[in-house]
Write a protein that binds this ligand. Sequence first.
Ligand SMILES: [Zn+2]
Length: 372
Amino acid sequence: MSTYTYLAQPYRRELDSIIKAVRPDGLVLEDTVFHPEGGGQPGDRGWINGQPVSDTRMTDVGPVHIMADVSGFSVGDAVSMSIDWQWRHHFMKAHTAEHMIAGCLYSLAGIGVLSIHLGEDVLTIETDQASIPLEVLHRVEDAVNKAIHEDHVVRAYELSHEDALALGLRRPPKVDGLTRIVEVEGVDRIACGGVHVASTAEVGEVGFLSSEKIRSHVRTIWLYGEAATRRRHEERQLASDIGALLSAPFEGVYGAVECLVEESKAQKAALRAKDELIAQLALSLQGPVFESAVPVDAYVKLAGSRFFTVHVEEGRLRWLLSGSEDDFKRLKDLYGHFGMKGGGRTPLWQGSANCDADALLGAVRVLWEEVE
Ligand SMILES: [Zn+2]
């Protein structure tokens, strides 16, 4: 089979064919409309004679249609197949969007692509760059959406290896013989064995979502189709909701949030100072073994004098010891009995315990009295 129908007629959903091989994992057919997994695009799902096909994978003998039960099939049988068109068309859009984004990354900014992955909602493109300014990604997004709205033709054709090389593609063709070129007219040309939509308008929309560093390269993450449109609406709604919450117009939302963050930081610092004052008083009035009214963190600056305190925070007992290495060694003997965890270094140790506050304080008092 030189060209399977899934490549020659990517919009064909049904086909009759003959079984070439029956394998434990599925069927190999003379011809197929099922696209096998490859080039970052998942394999097709669908039905053969009404029996479900869960995936399609390429092998040396042709695409294998993965099926749970092949007991009713024999070599030479005539079969009727149909693909899960919604699934397939979705990834044809994703694949076309990927070519357009990769093409614009290259033509607008000279950025090459190392690998791609087409997910159900997002597509990821790993680039050859260590960093990419956000402004460049926004320009790429705009260029792709412009081309989508202009509705460019997408076509596939075969060229000899030499002719393909002469095109000066953004990535040289990997195969030696006839090379299948996929062209998004005016946007991109690349060697590809996948399935794509026939016109860019079918993609609908793309949206840059985020980027991350992987293996010292920037991996860009994009939304496409309905997910991109949904996200655009959600972002607008979010900005509007936050603005309403802060009584700020769109232009003032960031400033209002910045103010809130600063205020919250100042409040936390004031609260901390108050807790530290209470800690100081508590230590001078009580102790050296006592239950604290404020979180044990407030005692950190008081480390040096000898004391042990506990505080219950959100139902969890937290403890803090200030003392000598010897004090900590003896406290460790209580760990098992009181479900204690934690550590530190001279003169300060902190942790949590799974027990009653009074029980632990009582045990430490006994420990310290015994020694003195
Ligand atoms: Zn492709």
